[in-house]
Unconditional design. Structure first.
Length: 392
């Protein structure tokens, strides 16, 4: 089959690789019909190379049709249409709705939570879903069956974008008719603004640097602030727009892709020059992120407000402004999305109309063979690229 593979820093190659096989009686193999390119895939493209091997298959946002099932699979049938969550969870352990902490697939060697499709040795080095076929464990409990009829774009975001954004908004604990500021208007941030409005936020603010992303959010009724334009005046401008206090909640949908933090970027560059064995140890013990977005969230949120982190951070030694956080009595929630936990909330929004605008959410529909160019353009924020869907 053809698959998107990592070959080195900023080097993506679509290669012919062996087809996946049933290796456990509860496995299934799906033929992938649509698969997404996620902002967190850019961390693999740029930063997390020490935890990857050349040839690793990337991608964690797939859906498709069941092509084969193991002998112990009872509920899934060949021909069923399914979405595959990005976290590999058994659905039967003690995790109690925290599917990203599945005890069955935790990567104890690295002290990590549940395994993830296509996401480094830190999370199990499980082959990913930017491919023509994908092996899916726990076939009776992990895949999400979806109805026939509507196009893939109606459902594919159940793999990551929708549950990640939904959890971010739930964790933000926005009061009814309250205010929320979303930092970063990429796919997750954009969807956060839509879900926040759908769930009853009275004032939704979006902050970004990219004109096309700001315009896209503004078109959906979001009050947008261009960080490049406001600069040091941003805090005053947002406070002025929120009664002088700041928003009730801030969602950081940026993570370690944040602008600023030159020291962190320099550390990442130096780490990239080291042998992988040494670089991986350094990153696990002393890694630092660019914390521009998180520090902005701390500054923006009102006293007693909530910060919700959905952007990926990977630093082991990040310096947090704890004095300010304590003084402002900020509540902080974070973590990988627990995909399966939110399916019951989200499915009615996909089968009964399209209130979140998922059809048309993607800006680019591409062949799998276009992946190297898509990764490069997405990282550089070129060609008005916000969300890419590949169609193997």
């Amino acid at each position: 089959m053809r698959a998107v593979t990592w070959q080195g820093r900023r080097t993506i190659e679509v290669a012919t690789v062996p087809d996946p096989q049933i290796t456990d009686p509860t496995d299934a193999v799906i033929e992938v019909t649509t698969t997404g390119l996620c902002g967190s895939d850019l961390h693999l493209y740029e930063v997390l190379g020490p935890f990857l091997d050349a040839g690793d298959i990337l991608g964690h946002e797939p859906m498709g049709v069941v092509a084969e099932v193991g002998p112990a699979v009872r509920d899934l049938r060949i021909g069923d249409r399914v979405v595959v969550p990005f976290n590999v969870s058994c659905g039967t352990c003690f995790e109690r709705g925290l599917h990203s902490q599945c005890e069955t697939t935790q990567v104890h060697e690295h002290g990590s939570g549940a395994s993830l499709f296509g996401y480094t040795k830190l999370y199990g080095q499980v082959p990913g879903g930017q491919a023509e076929y994908l092996r899916v464990p726990f076939a009776d409990t992990l895949p999400i069956p979806v109805p026939e009829g509507p196009p893939d774009e109606r459902f594919v975001y159940l793999s990551d974008v929708l549950p990640t954004a939904w959890q971010a908004v739930v964790y933000a604990d926005i009061p009814p008719e309250g205010s929320v500021a979303v930092l970063g208007l990429g796919p997750i941030g954009d969807m956060c603004t839509r879900i926040a409005a759908h769930r009853g936020a009275g004032h939704v603010i979006g902050i970004d640097l990219v004109p096309e992303r700001l315009a896209r959010a503004a078109g959906n009724g979001v009050q947008v602030f261009d960080l490049a334009r406001y600069g040091d005046q941003l805090l005053d401008a947002v406070r002025s727009a929120t009664g002088g206090r700041g928003p009730d909640a801030v969602i950081d949908a940026v993570g370690m892709e944040a602008h600023g933090g030159a020291g962190a970027r320099a550390a990442q560059t130096v780490t990239g020059l080291l042998p992988d064995a040494l670089a991986s140890v350094l990153m696990k013990k002393a890694g630092v992120d660019s914390l521009g977005a998180l520090k902005l969230a701390v500054a923006l949120v009102r006293r007693g407000g909530t910060i919700s982190l959905s952007g990926v951070y990977g630093g082991a030694a990040d310096p947090l402004p704890l004095l300010t956080m304590f003084d402002k009595q900020i509540q902080l929630r974070m973590g990988q999305a627990n995909v399966r936990r939110w399916v019951d909330d989200l499915m009615p929004l996909l089968t009964d109309g399209d209130p979140l605008g998922v059809e048309g959410f993607a800006t680019h529909h591409l062949s799998l063979e276009d992946a190297p160019r898509a990764y490069a353009d997405f990282q550089k924020k070129q060609d008005n690229m916000v969300k890419v869907l590949f169609h193997p």
